[in-house]
Design a protein around this ligand. Structure first.
Ligand code: NAG
Ligand code: NAG
Ligand code: NAG
Ligand code: NAG
Ligand code: NAG
Ligand code: NAG
Length: 685
């Protein structure tokens, strides 16, 4: 039988990142516990252990005490850092005796103790001393649960009259590593994910924004959610976490370097601007804080249920959002909308700005394309002299490999809108090419320069599976990028068109092209990391050859406004990137895994997850797209390896290529054997 009548906890601070508790208890011997009845036991207040030979005067040749057991109950996740035994020991002592020695069997492992003669001389006149013995934390430790102790192998020892055990244990503080988002409106109400190390589901935590604390919503391991309280002031608030343990006062740690920024944005005015056939909503704001992405939410004043979210970007204190292509300003003319914005891509400003749709410049540059075509025809027809001059000027510039004169480019038809701008088929020096027009109206001059510089760099790249760039040019209104024409458009369009049969072998070959293009980019010095790899950026030519496009662009400073990216690409973005950690070529391998999934499922990943939840779901919780029922086991294994959370666990493209070769070989054999050379066999629906 075991008795643990009382214990008290004393808090002990070790170093700043942890705290310790001392559990200090004494206990009674088994025999005494057996002897007393319930009521009597309660009257004990010494809680001391007394041996069978309490007076310490009996024959030393017998066992001093029976086995003692006691229960030690540590809080979850605690670990013992030190343990001490305090014992009143008595002995027969004279100068001729050997030193007093004894051993304790702690959970059946012996630990030796020696009491030197000096100690006896200094401390013990009556031959009874009270002495503390420190047990090595690396030696025999007491355990969480039932412990046993037994005295054994002693010399010169008469008795042990009292034992006190002091165990110091410790629980580590949580350390916040990151919060998402790191800013929110001054009114509060932002759901902030607290990502930390050493945060344990067994404990209850409080989040404190400066001094304002509220409970953290049930924390999963390493992720908790807190609602930001109303900000007392605009600007930075320090976030800390407190937690409560069993009966222990609140402990807390201030993570001084973790800051949540409150903003107080006032929406002032709004207007619609138009550029190269696309419409933008520009919202004038006061109190803007620097940030990247932004969203505009426009709600029909008449029908508050009808609201649309536009993606955009913060620029010069304003928010610029892009209307969908289907936006028809003539139809919308005069309609009243309520506008609000979000700059953390999650919660919206409480203020709503009333706005009447009005096309300020209906005919100014409505059909820029028409203007361009007319101008070009004009140029061609205007006369030999002018034409000759323009040709010469252009030639001079293209010779140094730097420049494509927009006047030399004859736009034909729009092919689609890719990241950053619309893509047209065009004629350039008798060659059919594709041209991307990127509006520069809202771009800084520096960005334009940087952008063209990067295109020049890309022009030097040559690989059959990498889209060839011919060059770029600029005009007052846009940057023009000339590149190879890929007639079938993007792999995404082809995959989404489910009526179009694409057999498995073909899909594997397309994926192999993409992988070899990526392998080439990664093998350059320095490697080009794509960062925006997705089926939309894999272009397909007449012969089903796939080429990687849009690489490197994501690095430029104009990212955001025109790209489908602000949120659209989150599904392809590697978790380390979502978490804002440094990225490597392995980030592209992750994106490639999602592309593999697209080729398998012929669908868009995560149809049911709102895009902004992806940061948490993919980045923190680690979910991945649902794998549809299929019989390509090895393929799925490769795909899963490619989307491993730890970049170093993902294969690189050289290995992916080897695997794909194998799959293609198998598939070809299978098709030969099955003698169903149907080109349009579908694998699954
Ligand atoms: C100790 O045991 C108790 C009860 O079994 C358990 O709740 C607790 O988590 C354990 N603590 C440690 C540190 O293992
Ligand atoms: C143990 O030693 C302490 C200090 O010397 C003394 O106060 C206490 O009464 C002793 N306990 C027993 C049971 O002898
Ligand atoms: C915050 O998150 C909790 C739990 O996920 C959810 O119930 C709540 O509605 C969210 N609040 C806001 C303002 O998004
Ligand atoms: C936010 O700004 C508005 C207008 O500038 C001001 O009236 C309001 O008091 C501010 N709110 C807070 C909490 O500072
Ligand atoms: C808002 O008003 C200011 C001053 O009248 C003007 O300069 C600015 O262009 C306007 N912004 C928008 C987005 O309409
Ligand atoms: C919302 O408004 C848009 C354009 O004003 C309209 O096309 C759409 O049908 C409306 N949707 C609903 C649900 O009312």
């Amino acid at each position: 039988m075991t008795k643990l009548p009382h214990f008290k906890l004393i808090i002990f601070f070790y170093f700043s990142l942890s705290y310790s508790f001392t559990q200090n208890f004494k206990f009674m011997s088994t025999k005494q516990a057996d002897q007393c009845d319930g009521i009597e036991c309660k009257t004990y207040d010494k809680f001391s252990f007394k041996s069978n030979y309490l007076d310490c005067s009996n024959d030393p040749g017998t066992t001093l005490f029976d086995e003692l057991t006691f229960d030690l109950i540590l809080p979850p996740r605690a670990f013992i850092t030190s343990q001490e035994l305090l014992m009143n020991v008595s002995t027969y002592y004279d100068v001729y005796s050997p030193p007093t020695k004894f051993a304790l069997l702690i959970n059946n492992n012996p630990t030796q103790f020696t009491i030197s003669a000096e100690t006896w001389n200094d401390q013990c006149e009556s031959c009874v001393i009270k002495k503390t013995f420190i047990l090595s934390p690396f030696g025999n430790t007491f355990i969480n649960g039932t412990n046993s102790m037994k005295l054994t192998g002693y010399s010169n020892l008469v008795c042990v009259s009292e034992i006190e055990i002091t165990i110091v244990y410790r629980i580590l503080y949580p350390i916040i590593t990151r919060i998402i988002p790191s800013l929110g409106p001054i009114e509060g109400g932002t759901n902030v994910s607290i990502i930390s190390k050493l945060m344990y589901p067994e404990y209850r935590y409080l989040c404190c924004f400066d001094e304002e604390c509220s409970p953290m919503l049930p924390a999963k391991e390493e992720v908790g959610t807190c609602l930001s309280p109303e900000g007392l002031k605009k600007g930075d608030s320090f976030i800390s976490v407190r937690f409560r343990d069993f009966g222990i006062d609140e402990q807390y740690l201030v993570n001084k370097d973790i800051v949540f920024t409150y903003y107080n944005i006032t929406l002032v005015n709004a207007s619609i601007i138009e550029n190269v056939g696309r419409y933008y909503l520009m919202v004038g704001c006061e109190g803007m804080v620097t940030t990247e992405g932004a969203l505009c939410k426009i709600t029909d004043k008449e029908n508050s249920l009808n609201s649309t979210i536009l993606k955009g970007k913060v620029q010069g204190g304003n928010v610029i959002c892009i209307f969908p292509e289907t936006f028809n300003i003539e139809e919308e003319e005069g309609k009243i909308y309520l506008i609000t914005i979000s700059i953390n891509l999650i919660d919206y400003c409480k203020q709503q700005l009333e706005f009447v749709i009005h096309d300020d410049s209906p005919h100014e540059s409505r059909s820029y394309l028409t203007v361009v075509v007319v101008v070009i025809f004009g140029v061609l027809l205007v006369g030999v002299v002018i034409g000759f001059l323009i040709f010469n000027k252009a030639k001079k510039k293209t010779e140094d490999g730097e420049y494509i004169n927009p006047d030399e480019v004859v736009l034909e038809e729009i092919m689609g809108s890719g990241s950053y701008g619309d893509v047209y088929s065009a004629l350039w020096r008798g060659q059919e090419i594709a041209v991307k027009l990127i509006p520069t109206k809202n771009m800084l001059q520096d960005s334009v320069l940087q952008f063209t510089k990067e295109v020049q760099l890309m022009k030097k790249l040559r690989h059959p599976c990498v889209l060839q760039f011919f060059g770029s040019g600029t005009d007052a209104n846009f940057i023009l990028i000339a590149m190879e024409l890929m007639r079938r458009g993007s792999a995404h369009t082809l995959l989404m068109n489910k009526t179009l049969p694409i057999n498995w072998e073909r899909r594997l070959k397309m994926l192999k092209d993409a992988a070899s293009g990526m392998f080439y980019l990664h093998s350059l010095t320095p490697p080009i990391i794509h960062l925006d790899l997705k089926s939309h950026n894999l272009l397909v030519d007449d012969n089903w050859k796939v080429k990687v496009s849009d690489f490197g662009l994501s690095m430029t400073s104009i990212e955001g406004l025109h790209s489908n990216s602000v949120c659209g690409t989150l599904a392809w973005t590697a978790p380390e990137m979502l978490k804002g950690k440094p990225v490597s070529t392995k980030a592209d391998v992750y994106s490639y895994a999602i592309v593999m999934w697209e080729f398998l499922a012929r669908a868009d990943p995560y149809p049911d997850i709102p895009r902004f939840h992806l940061i948490e779901k993919v980045g923190e919780i680690g979910i991945r797209p649902d794998i549809p029922q299929n019989n390509h086991i090895a393929y799925c294994e490769l795909m899963q390896r490619c989307w491993e959370t730890r970049p170093e666990d993902r294969p690189d493209f050289s290995e992916i290529l080897v695997c794909l070769d194998e799959f293609i070989k198998e598939e070809t054999n299978k098709n030969l054997i099955s003698e169903t050379p149907s080109l349009y066999e579908e694998d699954e629906e």
